[in-house]
Design a protein. Sequence first.
Length: 481
Amino acid sequence: MDLFDNEELFKEEKKKVKKKGIIIISCIAVLIILIIAVICIMMYYQSMQWGITVDGVAMSLKSDTIITDPQTGKVFVAISDVTPKVTGYTYLNGAYGGNTEDTNSGFVQCADEAVEFTANSNKINKILLREDTSDNEYGYMYLSERIKYADGRLYAYVQDLQPILNAKVSYNEQTNKITLAGTDYLFEYYQTQIANLGYSSIDTSFVNKKALASDMLVARKDSGLIGIIKPDGTEIAGPKYSSVTWLETTEEFLVENSDKYGIISELGQSKIPMDYQSIQLLDKDSGLYIVQSNDKYGVINKSNKTIIYSEFDQIGVDKNQYPSLQKENQYLFYDTIIPVERDEKWGLYNVNGNVILPVEYDSIGCVVSSRQNASAKNAILLNDYEGIIVGKKMNENDTNKKYAVYNSQGEQIVGFLLDNIFYITENGQDVYYLEMNGQTGNLDEVFKANGIKKVETDTNDLNNNLNIIDGSTNSENLVKN
Protein backbone atom coordinates (compact mmCIF):
# COMPACT_ATOMS: atom_id res chain seq x y z
CA MET A 1 0.00 0.00 0.00
CA ASP A 2 2.87 2.34 0.78
CA LEU A 3 4.50 1.51 -2.51
CA PHE A 4 1.30 2.31 -4.36
CA ASP A 5 1.01 5.63 -2.61
CA ASN A 6 4.61 6.52 -3.57
CA GLU A 7 3.95 5.71 -7.21
CA GLU A 8 0.88 7.94 -7.22
CA LEU A 9 2.90 10.71 -5.60
CA PHE A 10 5.65 10.34 -8.20
CA LYS A 11 3.13 10.59 -11.02
CA GLU A 12 1.62 13.71 -9.47
CA GLU A 13 5.07 15.37 -9.16
CA LYS A 14 5.85 14.47 -12.74
CA LYS A 15 2.64 16.17 -13.89
CA LYS A 16 3.54 19.31 -11.92
CA VAL A 17 7.03 19.45 -13.46
CA LYS A 18 5.63 19.01 -16.95
CA LYS A 19 3.05 21.71 -16.35
CA LYS A 20 5.74 24.12 -15.11
CA GLY A 21 7.85 23.36 -18.20
CA ILE A 22 4.94 24.13 -20.49
CA ILE A 23 4.35 27.42 -18.66
CA ILE A 24 8.04 28.36 -18.89
CA ILE A 25 8.21 27.50 -22.58
CA SER A 26 5.02 29.47 -23.20
CA CYS A 27 6.43 32.47 -21.35
CA ILE A 28 9.65 32.27 -23.32
CA ALA A 29 7.69 32.07 -26.57
CA VAL A 30 5.57 35.07 -25.59
CA LEU A 31 8.70 36.97 -24.56
CA ILE A 32 10.35 36.18 -27.91
CA ILE A 33 7.23 37.35 -29.75
CA LEU A 34 7.18 40.55 -27.69
CA ILE A 35 10.87 41.16 -28.38
CA ILE A 36 10.32 40.61 -32.11
CA ALA A 37 7.32 42.94 -32.03
CA VAL A 38 9.30 45.64 -30.20
CA ILE A 39 12.16 45.29 -32.68
CA CYS A 40 9.74 45.54 -35.61
CA ILE A 41 8.07 48.61 -34.08
CA MET A 42 11.46 50.20 -33.47
CA MET A 43 12.60 49.39 -37.00
CA TYR A 44 9.38 50.82 -38.43
CA TYR A 45 9.66 53.94 -36.27
CA GLN A 46 13.29 54.33 -37.27
CA SER A 47 12.42 53.85 -40.93
CA MET A 48 9.89 56.68 -40.68
CA GLN A 49 12.37 59.11 -39.15
CA TRP A 50 13.71 61.85 -41.39
CA GLY A 51 16.92 61.05 -43.12
CA ILE A 52 19.11 62.97 -45.59
CA THR A 53 21.88 61.37 -47.60
CA VAL A 54 24.25 63.66 -49.51
CA ASP A 55 26.81 62.33 -51.98
CA GLY A 56 26.32 58.85 -50.57
CA VAL A 57 26.84 59.83 -46.90
CA ALA A 58 24.04 60.04 -44.31
CA MET A 59 23.71 63.39 -42.54
CA SER A 60 23.19 63.81 -38.82
CA LEU A 61 20.13 66.04 -38.54
CA LYS A 62 19.42 68.83 -36.09
CA SER A 63 15.95 69.23 -34.63
CA ASP A 64 15.26 72.15 -36.96
CA THR A 65 17.02 70.93 -40.12
CA ILE A 66 13.63 70.03 -41.63
CA ILE A 67 10.37 71.92 -41.24
CA THR A 68 6.92 71.37 -42.72
CA ASP A 69 4.49 74.01 -43.89
CA PRO A 70 1.29 73.19 -41.96
CA GLN A 71 -0.94 74.64 -44.69
CA THR A 72 0.50 72.73 -47.64
CA GLY A 73 2.37 69.89 -45.96
CA LYS A 74 5.42 70.66 -48.09
CA VAL A 75 8.84 69.88 -46.68
CA PHE A 76 11.56 72.54 -46.38
CA VAL A 77 15.25 71.99 -45.57
CA ALA A 78 17.67 74.37 -43.86
CA ILE A 79 20.01 75.41 -46.68
CA SER A 80 22.91 76.13 -44.30
CA ASP A 81 22.78 72.58 -42.92
CA VAL A 82 22.82 70.65 -46.18
CA THR A 83 25.14 72.88 -48.25
CA PRO A 84 28.48 71.92 -46.60
CA LYS A 85 27.69 68.25 -47.22
CA VAL A 86 27.67 68.74 -51.01
CA THR A 87 31.21 68.40 -52.34
CA GLY A 88 32.81 71.79 -52.97
CA TYR A 89 29.96 73.99 -51.66
CA THR A 90 29.83 76.50 -48.79
CA TYR A 91 27.04 78.64 -47.32
CA LEU A 92 27.29 82.31 -46.24
CA ASN A 93 24.81 84.87 -44.92
CA GLY A 94 24.06 88.11 -46.77
CA ALA A 95 24.21 88.96 -50.46
CA TYR A 96 27.11 87.78 -52.59
CA GLY A 97 29.81 90.45 -52.69
CA GLY A 98 28.25 92.30 -49.75
CA ASN A 99 29.71 92.93 -46.33
CA THR A 100 26.72 92.17 -44.11
CA GLU A 101 25.65 89.11 -42.12
CA ASP A 102 21.95 89.65 -42.82
CA THR A 103 20.26 86.31 -42.14
CA ASN A 104 17.28 87.25 -44.34
CA SER A 105 19.48 86.62 -47.38
CA GLY A 106 22.25 84.18 -48.18
CA PHE A 107 24.19 82.46 -50.91
CA VAL A 108 25.88 79.15 -51.64
CA GLN A 109 29.17 79.07 -53.50
CA CYS A 110 31.45 76.65 -55.27
CA ALA A 111 34.57 77.37 -57.34
CA ASP A 112 32.51 78.17 -60.45
CA GLU A 113 29.29 79.75 -59.25
CA ALA A 114 27.51 81.68 -56.50
CA VAL A 115 23.74 81.35 -56.01
CA GLU A 116 21.89 84.12 -54.14
CA PHE A 117 18.48 83.86 -52.48
CA THR A 118 16.33 85.95 -50.15
CA ALA A 119 13.63 85.20 -47.61
CA ASN A 120 10.06 85.27 -48.99
CA SER A 121 11.26 85.29 -52.62
CA ASN A 122 11.32 82.48 -55.16
CA LYS A 123 13.85 84.21 -57.42
CA ILE A 124 17.51 83.19 -57.24
CA ASN A 125 20.49 84.77 -58.97
CA LYS A 126 23.27 82.64 -60.41
CA ILE A 127 26.64 84.34 -60.80
CA LEU A 128 29.38 82.57 -62.76
CA LEU A 129 32.73 83.17 -61.07
CA ARG A 130 35.48 81.87 -63.33
CA GLU A 131 36.70 83.47 -66.53
CA ASP A 132 36.96 80.09 -68.22
CA THR A 133 33.30 79.33 -67.47
CA SER A 134 31.09 79.86 -70.50
CA ASP A 135 29.01 82.89 -69.51
CA ASN A 136 26.38 82.71 -72.24
CA GLU A 137 23.28 83.46 -70.23
CA TYR A 138 22.03 85.91 -67.64
CA GLY A 139 21.57 83.63 -64.66
CA TYR A 140 18.38 84.09 -62.73
CA MET A 141 15.82 81.39 -62.08
CA TYR A 142 12.56 80.90 -60.23
CA LEU A 143 12.03 78.28 -57.54
CA SER A 144 8.73 76.43 -57.24
CA GLU A 145 8.31 77.75 -53.66
CA ARG A 146 9.49 80.88 -51.90
CA ILE A 147 12.38 80.68 -49.49
CA LYS A 148 11.15 80.48 -45.89
CA TYR A 149 12.74 82.23 -42.93
CA ALA A 150 12.44 80.79 -39.41
CA ASP A 151 14.51 81.41 -36.29
CA GLY A 152 17.29 83.14 -38.20
CA ARG A 153 17.62 80.42 -40.85
CA LEU A 154 16.64 80.13 -44.52
CA TYR A 155 14.78 77.06 -45.77
CA ALA A 156 14.21 75.81 -49.32
CA TYR A 157 11.49 73.48 -50.54
CA VAL A 158 13.11 70.08 -50.83
CA GLN A 159 12.86 69.85 -54.64
CA ASP A 160 14.24 73.41 -55.00
CA LEU A 161 17.56 72.23 -53.60
CA GLN A 162 18.36 71.08 -57.16
CA PRO A 163 18.83 74.54 -58.76
CA ILE A 164 20.34 75.99 -55.58
CA LEU A 165 23.00 73.29 -55.15
CA ASN A 166 23.11 71.90 -58.71
CA ALA A 167 22.24 68.53 -57.20
CA LYS A 168 19.92 65.71 -58.19
CA VAL A 169 17.23 65.45 -55.51
CA SER A 170 15.09 62.43 -54.64
CA TYR A 171 12.43 62.59 -51.92
CA ASN A 172 10.43 59.56 -50.75
CA GLU A 173 7.30 60.78 -48.97
CA GLN A 174 6.47 57.29 -47.64
CA THR A 175 9.79 56.83 -45.84
CA ASN A 176 10.72 60.50 -45.23
CA LYS A 177 14.08 59.97 -46.92
CA ILE A 178 15.83 62.67 -48.94
CA THR A 179 18.80 61.97 -51.22
CA LEU A 180 21.06 64.55 -52.85
CA ALA A 181 23.81 63.91 -55.38
CA GLY A 182 26.02 66.86 -56.37
CA THR A 183 27.51 67.42 -59.81
CA ASP A 184 31.00 66.20 -58.87
CA TYR A 185 29.55 63.04 -57.31
CA LEU A 186 27.33 62.41 -60.36
CA PHE A 187 30.17 63.11 -62.77
CA GLU A 188 32.44 60.53 -61.15
CA TYR A 189 29.65 57.96 -61.17
CA TYR A 190 28.56 58.45 -64.78
CA GLN A 191 32.13 58.68 -66.05
CA THR A 192 32.59 55.06 -64.98
CA GLN A 193 29.37 54.08 -66.79
CA ILE A 194 29.65 56.11 -69.97
CA ALA A 195 31.48 53.45 -72.01
CA ASN A 196 28.50 51.12 -71.50
CA LEU A 197 26.32 53.79 -73.12
CA GLY A 198 28.43 53.90 -76.29
CA TYR A 199 30.33 57.13 -75.56
CA SER A 200 33.91 57.77 -74.50
CA SER A 201 33.57 60.59 -71.98
CA ILE A 202 31.28 63.12 -70.32
CA ASP A 203 31.90 66.79 -70.99
CA THR A 204 33.87 68.32 -68.13
CA SER A 205 32.67 71.94 -68.34
CA PHE A 206 30.86 73.21 -65.26
CA VAL A 207 27.72 74.31 -67.11
CA ASN A 208 27.34 70.88 -68.70
CA LYS A 209 28.00 69.05 -65.44
CA LYS A 210 24.91 70.82 -64.10
CA ALA A 211 22.80 68.96 -66.68
CA LEU A 212 23.58 65.73 -64.81
CA ALA A 213 21.21 66.84 -62.02
CA SER A 214 18.41 66.77 -64.61
CA ASP A 215 19.39 63.27 -65.83
CA MET A 216 21.00 64.51 -69.04
CA LEU A 217 24.55 63.67 -70.06
CA VAL A 218 26.48 65.80 -72.53
CA ALA A 219 28.81 63.10 -73.84
CA ARG A 220 31.54 62.76 -76.44
CA LYS A 221 32.26 60.00 -78.94
CA ASP A 222 35.76 58.87 -79.91
CA SER A 223 35.27 60.91 -83.10
CA GLY A 224 35.07 64.07 -80.97
CA LEU A 225 31.43 64.74 -81.85
CA ILE A 226 29.06 65.42 -78.98
CA GLY A 227 25.55 64.19 -78.22
CA ILE A 228 23.07 64.30 -75.35
CA ILE A 229 21.80 61.12 -73.70
CA LYS A 230 19.78 59.92 -70.72
CA PRO A 231 21.39 57.66 -68.08
CA ASP A 232 19.63 54.66 -69.65
CA GLY A 233 21.30 55.42 -73.00
CA THR A 234 18.26 57.04 -74.66
CA GLU A 235 19.51 59.71 -77.06
CA ILE A 236 18.09 63.20 -76.73
CA ALA A 237 20.32 64.43 -79.54
CA GLY A 238 22.68 62.26 -81.55
CA PRO A 239 26.47 62.77 -81.63
CA LYS A 240 26.60 65.31 -84.45
CA TYR A 241 27.67 68.56 -82.75
CA SER A 242 31.11 70.04 -82.26
CA SER A 243 29.96 71.80 -79.10
CA VAL A 244 26.95 71.61 -76.77
CA THR A 245 26.20 73.93 -73.86
CA TRP A 246 23.45 73.41 -71.26
CA LEU A 247 21.43 76.60 -70.68
CA GLU A 248 20.12 75.83 -67.22
CA THR A 249 17.88 78.85 -66.73
CA THR A 250 15.85 78.11 -69.88
CA GLU A 251 16.36 74.32 -69.86
CA GLU A 252 17.74 74.31 -73.39
CA PHE A 253 20.94 73.38 -75.18
CA LEU A 254 23.03 75.71 -77.32
CA VAL A 255 24.43 73.53 -80.12
CA GLU A 256 27.10 74.28 -82.71
CA ASN A 257 28.38 72.73 -85.88
CA SER A 258 30.49 74.21 -88.69
CA ASP A 259 30.64 77.52 -86.76
CA LYS A 260 26.85 77.87 -86.84
CA TYR A 261 24.75 77.91 -83.68
CA GLY A 262 21.19 76.98 -82.83
CA ILE A 263 19.12 75.99 -79.80
CA ILE A 264 17.35 72.71 -79.08
CA SER A 265 15.02 71.87 -76.21
CA GLU A 266 15.75 69.38 -73.44
CA LEU A 267 13.72 66.92 -75.54
CA GLY A 268 16.01 67.43 -78.53
CA GLN A 269 13.51 69.50 -80.54
CA SER A 270 14.83 72.41 -82.61
CA LYS A 271 13.78 75.78 -81.20
CA ILE A 272 16.13 78.13 -83.07
CA PRO A 273 17.73 76.88 -86.28
CA MET A 274 21.50 76.68 -86.68
CA ASP A 275 21.72 79.86 -88.74
CA TYR A 276 23.75 82.17 -86.53
CA GLN A 277 27.39 82.95 -85.81
CA SER A 278 26.51 83.12 -82.12
CA ILE A 279 23.46 83.01 -79.85
CA GLN A 280 23.25 84.36 -76.33
CA LEU A 281 20.31 84.58 -73.95
CA LEU A 282 19.35 88.22 -73.47
CA ASP A 283 16.67 87.64 -70.83
CA LYS A 284 14.77 84.62 -69.55
CA ASP A 285 11.42 86.29 -68.78
CA SER A 286 11.14 88.13 -72.09
CA GLY A 287 12.34 85.07 -74.02
CA LEU A 288 14.82 87.10 -76.07
CA TYR A 289 18.18 86.10 -77.55
CA ILE A 290 21.09 88.10 -78.94
CA VAL A 291 22.14 86.66 -82.30
CA GLN A 292 25.06 87.40 -84.62
CA SER A 293 24.77 87.33 -88.41
CA ASN A 294 27.28 88.68 -90.90
CA ASP A 295 29.36 90.00 -88.01
CA LYS A 296 26.46 92.18 -86.77
CA TYR A 297 24.19 91.70 -83.76
CA GLY A 298 20.43 91.73 -83.38
CA VAL A 299 17.69 90.31 -81.16
CA ILE A 300 15.19 87.51 -81.82
CA ASN A 301 12.52 85.91 -79.66
CA LYS A 302 12.15 82.23 -78.80
CA SER A 303 10.08 81.70 -81.96
CA ASN A 304 13.00 82.98 -84.08
CA LYS A 305 11.09 86.17 -84.91
CA THR A 306 13.29 89.23 -85.43
CA ILE A 307 12.84 91.89 -82.74
CA ILE A 308 15.88 94.02 -83.60
CA TYR A 309 17.57 93.49 -86.96
CA SER A 310 21.17 92.24 -86.98
CA GLU A 311 22.75 95.54 -87.92
CA PHE A 312 24.51 96.64 -84.72
CA ASP A 313 28.08 96.37 -83.51
CA GLN A 314 27.02 95.69 -79.93
CA ILE A 315 23.92 94.81 -77.92
CA GLY A 316 24.12 95.79 -74.24
CA VAL A 317 26.85 97.67 -72.41
CA ASP A 318 30.17 96.56 -70.96
CA LYS A 319 29.34 95.67 -67.36
CA ASN A 320 33.04 95.81 -66.42
CA GLN A 321 32.84 99.61 -66.74
CA TYR A 322 29.94 99.86 -64.31
CA PRO A 323 30.26 98.22 -60.88
CA SER A 324 26.52 98.56 -60.23
CA LEU A 325 25.84 96.15 -63.12
CA GLN A 326 28.00 93.31 -61.81
CA LYS A 327 24.94 91.36 -60.69
CA GLU A 328 22.51 92.92 -63.14
CA ASN A 329 21.61 92.30 -66.78
CA GLN A 330 23.74 94.56 -68.98
CA TYR A 331 21.52 93.74 -71.97
CA LEU A 332 18.19 94.80 -70.48
CA PHE A 333 17.36 97.79 -68.27
CA TYR A 334 14.20 97.89 -66.16
CA ASP A 335 12.95 94.72 -67.87
CA THR A 336 12.09 96.69 -71.04
CA ILE A 337 15.06 98.65 -72.48
CA ILE A 338 17.80 97.23 -74.74
CA PRO A 339 20.92 99.39 -75.36
CA VAL A 340 22.39 99.14 -78.88
CA GLU A 341 25.57 100.55 -80.47
CA ARG A 342 26.50 101.14 -84.11
CA ASP A 343 29.46 103.11 -85.47
CA GLU A 344 30.28 104.31 -81.93
CA LYS A 345 26.80 105.80 -81.47
CA TRP A 346 24.25 104.54 -78.95
CA GLY A 347 20.50 104.25 -78.81
CA LEU A 348 17.72 102.44 -76.93
CA TYR A 349 15.08 99.97 -78.10
CA ASN A 350 12.35 98.29 -76.10
CA VAL A 351 11.59 94.56 -75.96
CA ASN A 352 8.99 94.96 -78.71
CA GLY A 353 11.60 96.33 -81.12
CA ASN A 354 10.42 99.94 -80.95
CA VAL A 355 12.96 102.79 -80.91
CA ILE A 356 13.03 104.59 -77.56
CA LEU A 357 16.06 106.76 -78.33
CA PRO A 358 17.59 106.95 -81.82
CA VAL A 359 21.15 105.72 -82.35
CA GLU A 360 22.81 109.13 -82.14
CA TYR A 361 24.30 109.43 -78.65
CA ASP A 362 27.93 109.07 -77.66
CA SER A 363 27.46 106.85 -74.61
CA ILE A 364 25.03 105.08 -72.38
CA GLY A 365 26.33 105.71 -68.86
CA CYS A 366 28.91 108.08 -67.46
CA VAL A 367 32.58 107.14 -67.14
CA VAL A 368 33.88 109.69 -64.62
CA SER A 369 36.33 112.04 -66.31
CA SER A 370 37.40 114.22 -63.36
CA ARG A 371 37.37 112.61 -59.96
CA GLN A 372 36.91 114.90 -56.99
CA ASN A 373 37.01 111.72 -54.92
CA ALA A 374 39.10 108.64 -55.71
CA SER A 375 36.14 106.51 -54.58
CA ALA A 376 33.85 107.88 -57.31
CA LYS A 377 32.38 105.10 -59.46
CA ASN A 378 30.98 105.20 -62.97
CA ALA A 379 27.19 105.43 -63.09
CA ILE A 380 24.70 104.21 -65.67
CA LEU A 381 21.27 103.68 -64.03
CA LEU A 382 19.41 105.71 -61.42
CA ASN A 383 17.11 102.98 -60.12
CA ASP A 384 15.18 105.18 -57.69
CA TYR A 385 14.05 107.31 -60.63
CA GLU A 386 14.04 104.53 -63.25
CA GLY A 387 16.57 106.72 -65.02
CA ILE A 388 19.14 105.94 -67.73
CA ILE A 389 22.21 108.17 -68.08
CA VAL A 390 22.98 109.23 -71.68
CA GLY A 391 26.10 111.11 -72.85
CA LYS A 392 26.48 113.38 -75.85
CA LYS A 393 29.14 115.69 -77.30
CA MET A 394 27.52 119.05 -77.85
CA ASN A 395 29.59 119.76 -80.99
CA GLU A 396 32.03 117.84 -83.17
CA ASN A 397 35.10 119.56 -81.77
CA ASP A 398 34.13 119.02 -78.15
CA THR A 399 36.28 116.40 -76.40
CA ASN A 400 34.03 116.28 -73.33
CA LYS A 401 30.45 115.09 -73.09
CA LYS A 402 27.40 116.44 -71.34
CA TYR A 403 25.04 114.03 -69.64
CA ALA A 404 21.27 113.80 -69.51
CA VAL A 405 18.85 111.39 -67.83
CA TYR A 406 15.97 109.65 -69.62
CA ASN A 407 13.32 107.31 -68.26
CA SER A 408 12.36 103.94 -69.73
CA GLN A 409 9.69 105.58 -71.92
CA GLY A 410 12.32 107.79 -73.56
CA GLU A 411 11.18 110.92 -71.72
CA GLN A 412 13.92 113.34 -70.68
CA ILE A 413 14.18 113.81 -66.91
CA VAL A 414 17.29 116.02 -66.98
CA GLY A 415 18.66 117.79 -70.05
CA PHE A 416 22.26 117.70 -71.32
CA LEU A 417 23.57 119.96 -68.57
CA LEU A 418 25.69 117.67 -66.39
CA ASP A 419 29.45 117.25 -66.58
CA ASN A 420 29.51 114.06 -64.49
CA ILE A 421 27.23 111.66 -62.66
CA PHE A 422 28.88 109.22 -60.26
CA TYR A 423 28.31 107.47 -56.96
CA ILE A 424 30.30 106.77 -53.81
CA THR A 425 29.59 103.97 -51.38
CA GLU A 426 29.13 105.55 -47.96
CA ASN A 427 28.16 103.56 -44.85
CA GLY A 428 27.10 100.65 -47.02
CA GLN A 429 24.86 102.80 -49.27
CA ASP A 430 25.48 104.05 -52.82
CA VAL A 431 25.13 107.83 -52.77
CA TYR A 432 24.89 109.57 -56.16
CA TYR A 433 26.38 112.97 -57.03
CA LEU A 434 26.15 115.44 -59.91
CA GLU A 435 28.83 117.75 -61.28
CA MET A 436 27.85 120.87 -63.19
CA ASN A 437 29.93 123.97 -63.93
CA GLY A 438 32.54 123.00 -61.36
CA GLN A 439 30.03 122.40 -58.57
CA THR A 440 29.13 119.05 -57.01
CA GLY A 441 25.80 118.25 -55.38
CA ASN A 442 23.94 115.31 -53.89
CA LEU A 443 21.74 113.93 -56.67
CA ASP A 444 18.71 113.24 -54.48
CA GLU A 445 18.81 116.73 -53.00
CA VAL A 446 19.22 118.40 -56.40
CA PHE A 447 16.42 116.31 -57.94
CA LYS A 448 14.09 117.03 -55.01
CA ALA A 449 14.80 120.78 -55.26
CA ASN A 450 13.86 120.62 -58.95
CA GLY A 451 10.67 118.61 -58.42
CA ILE A 452 11.99 115.30 -59.78
CA LYS A 453 10.32 112.53 -57.79
CA LYS A 454 11.42 108.95 -57.16
CA VAL A 455 9.47 106.15 -58.77
CA GLU A 456 7.13 104.41 -56.35
CA THR A 457 7.79 100.70 -55.98
CA ASP A 458 5.58 97.96 -54.61
CA THR A 459 7.09 96.63 -51.39
CA ASN A 460 4.22 94.28 -50.55
CA ASP A 461 5.37 91.30 -52.62
CA LEU A 462 5.39 88.86 -49.71
CA ASN A 463 4.49 85.21 -49.43
CA ASN A 464 0.78 84.96 -48.65
CA ASN A 465 1.41 81.68 -46.89
CA LEU A 466 3.79 83.23 -44.37
CA ASN A 467 3.18 85.36 -41.31
CA ILE A 468 5.76 88.10 -41.83
CA ILE A 469 6.92 90.10 -38.83
CA ASP A 470 9.89 92.42 -39.31
CA GLY A 471 11.02 90.40 -42.31
CA SER A 472 10.88 87.14 -40.36
CA THR A 473 8.54 84.19 -40.52
CA ASN A 474 6.64 83.47 -37.34
CA SER A 475 8.16 80.14 -36.38
CA GLU A 476 4.92 79.08 -34.67
CA ASN A 477 3.45 78.63 -38.16
CA LEU A 478 6.10 76.10 -39.11
CA VAL A 479 6.21 72.51 -37.92
CA LYS A 480 9.71 71.27 -37.09
CA ASN A 481 10.49 67.62 -37.71
